[in-house]
Design a protein. Structure first.
Length: 313
């Protein structure tokens, strides 16, 4: 085979590979690369969505980080939700998965009951939680008062608004329950039997048998949870509107984050800057910060996962 023939064969193979990859390349270019490049470009311009973008250097970045008072509270809220909400969802989802896999009678009923809340539309579920946790008329506070316990303000109290959102997220943990159930049922029973013969307790069996086998699924749940939580938008916005009483008054301008910016997240800030204030340049800055935050969390988690694998080996 001559060098010319070999080059032609390699060229055909490369073209064939590109042809098979072309749907992914086109999709990634149109829906990821182009929006990302455009976002970076608009972050250095003054653009209101109607006129021609005007380059203004780092003015948008200086405004967001130094002069816009809502940025740092929204950053703190987003980080709080990522750390607390994701942890609670993963722990509770794993606990429910362990419970359901060990139930002998009525397991199907319990699986259905735990999974149904996940199917509830986000807006409807948030409305239901706001009314249940209403500090004045909600049944939850009525029960707490009858028991002589403190009745929090929930979505009307800055100290309790994020825990209330976390309760809402944990209530709809059916998706993680199903994923963890599949992983738990796939753990080899021989390893449990060997651990029992060695005298391992229930906690030791979980620590040294269950957890190592399902660790890739736990990492998947954490990474996807972080990505979803950094995009957390609908529930805090609806909860803030309903709790503030503005949702039924058309024509009123609503600044997200009620009460006292305690439910304000970065995605809400992007919407507020871009579609309420028509400051697309600053909105793109916040969007890039959100993208960098998601990438940083994911990279940190994947690096941690790699370290654990090396220790295990």
């Amino acid at each position: 085979m001559t060098a010319r023939t070999l080059r032609a064969r390699r060229t055909r193979e490369a073209l064939r590979t590109v042809a098979f990859l072309s749907p992914w390349l086109v999709g990634s270019g149109v829906f990821f690369a182009y929006p990302l490049v455009s976002t970076v470009y608009f972050s250095f311009t003054h653009y209101d969505g109607f006129g021609v973008p005007v380059f203004n250097g780092l003015e948008n970045w200086r405004y967001v980080f130094a002069d816009y008072p809502a940025f740092w509270p929204s950053m703190a809220n987003t980080l709080w939700l990522v750390v607390v909400m994701v942890t609670c969802r993963v722990v509770f989802g794993l606990g429910v998965g362990l419970l359901v896999t060990r139930i002998r009678t009525g397991a199907g009923v319990f699986r259905t009951l735990f999974y149904l809340p996940y199917l509830a539309p986000p807006v409807a579920a948030t409305l239901g939680f706001v009314f249940l946790l209403n500090p004045g008329t909600g049944p939850v506070n009525a029960v707490l008062t009858d028991l002589g316990l403190p009745a929090p303000g929930w979505f009307t109290d800055p100290a309790w608004s994020k825990p209330a959102l976390t309760m809402l997220a944990v209530w709809g943990v059916g998706d993680l329950m199903v994923i963890f159930m599949a992983a738990l049922l796939d753990v080899p029973k021989e390893q449990y039997e060997a651990a029992e013969l060695d005298g391992a307790s229930a906690w030791q069996r979980f620590r040294y048998v269950t957890l190592p086998n399902i660790s890739p699924i736990v990492m998947f749940a954490v990474v996807t949870g972080v990505i979803q939580t950094t995009q957390y938008y609908t529930q805090p916005l609806v909860a803030g509107k309903v709790a503030s009483g503005i949702i039924g008054n058309s024509g009123q301008q609503f600044e997200p984050g009620y009460p006292e910016k305690s439910t304000l997240t970065l995605p809400q800030l992007v919407y507020n800057l871009g579609f309420q204030r028509f400051d697309y340049g600053s909105a793109c800055v916040v969007a890039l910060v959100l993208f960098a935050l998601s990438m940083a969390f994911t990279a940190l988690l994947m690096r941690r996962r790699g370290g654990l694998l090396q220790v295990g080996d």
